[in-house]
Design a protein around this ligand. Structure first.
Ligand SMILES: C[S@@+](CC[C@H](N)C(=O)[O-])C[C@H]1O[C@@H](n2cnc3c(N)ncnc32)[C@H](O)[C@@H]1O
Length: 231
């Protein structure tokens, strides 16, 4: 893939047909393909992929390993990896282009803005892979499974949409279970605090991200929670 510095990667992203960017936090504008602005009043995800297949998001996707692996495994579904860091997204977007993965795209934006970019029913499933755990209790609302974020996800998902969390972090695992179990509008489908200690309930759990690889090397246990936002 060659060595490129951050500025070269940012330049590449502007021309990549599989990367949509929100370059300025203060504005909600999204751009693709050398500054072509996306019309937010349209179902742009559908227009982007040119089909009616389900759209699945990976939040905090980093280099996009999970998005890529899901995209290869499920050619009948569309995947969008979302992260705020362009140099990380560049890795996944470059591989997706090299492999002609037409069902994979990346959105460089803050996750807080998903309610602006998608409409109710646009998203069928969400994966949250190794997000920052925000250990300080005063920062709990920044955790991607906090009630604040679940409300945003509810705004854009199909009825009874599924959310998957993979984490190495004990506190985030326990916190997520507490949030899920204390909300009568959420169905807990599965929770396991050491997924590799037994046969995997789903082959896609075998997929690994960059951070998961690091956590496994450190001997950490990988946790998984799957739940459903009831409508
Ligand atoms: C610990 S890394 C995990 C990356 C990847 N999922 C993995 O497992 O290798 C967390 C990622 O979340 C992204 N991130 C954190 N807060 C975010 C936010 N509010 N909106 C978008 N991305 C965010 C960071 O840029 C970072 O790439």
């Amino acid at each position: 893939m060659g060595r490129k510095n951050k500025l070269q990667k940012f330049q590449d992203l502007k021309a990549y047909p599989n990367v949509i960017e929100n370059p300025e936090y203060e504005s909600n504008q999204l751009f693709i393909n050398e500054d072509v602005e996306i019309d937010l009043s349209e179902n742009w995800a559908q227009i982007h992929f040119g089909n009616d297949k389900p759209v699945i998001l990976e939040l905090a996707c980093g280099r996009g390993e999970y998005t890529l692996q899901l995209g290869r495994y499920f050619p009948e579904k569309n995947f969008i990896g979302i992260d705020v860091k362009g140099a990380r997204i560049w890795q996944g977007a470059t591989i997706a282009l090299d492999e002609n993965l037409s069902n994979v795209a990346f959105l460089r934006s803050r996750i807080e803005k998903l309610g602006i970019y998608f409409r109710k029913g646009d998203i069928s499933e969400i994966w949250i892979t190794f997000p920052d755990p925000f250990l300080n209790p005063t920062q709990a609302k920044h955790r991607l499974t906090s009630p604040h974020f679940l409300e945003i996800y509810k705004q854009i998902m199909v009825p009874n949409g599924i959310i998957n969390l993979k984490t190495d972090d004990d506190l985030l695992f326990a916190y997520t279970l507490k949030v899920v179990e204390s909300d009568p509008h959420i169905n807990l489908l599965y929770a396991e605090n050491d997924i590799y200690s037994k046969p995997l309930i789903d082959p896609t759990l075998e997929f690994k991200t960059y951070y998961e690889g690091m956590h496994l090397e450190e001997g950490k246990k990988i946790k998984y929670v799957k739940f459903q936002l009831k409508d």
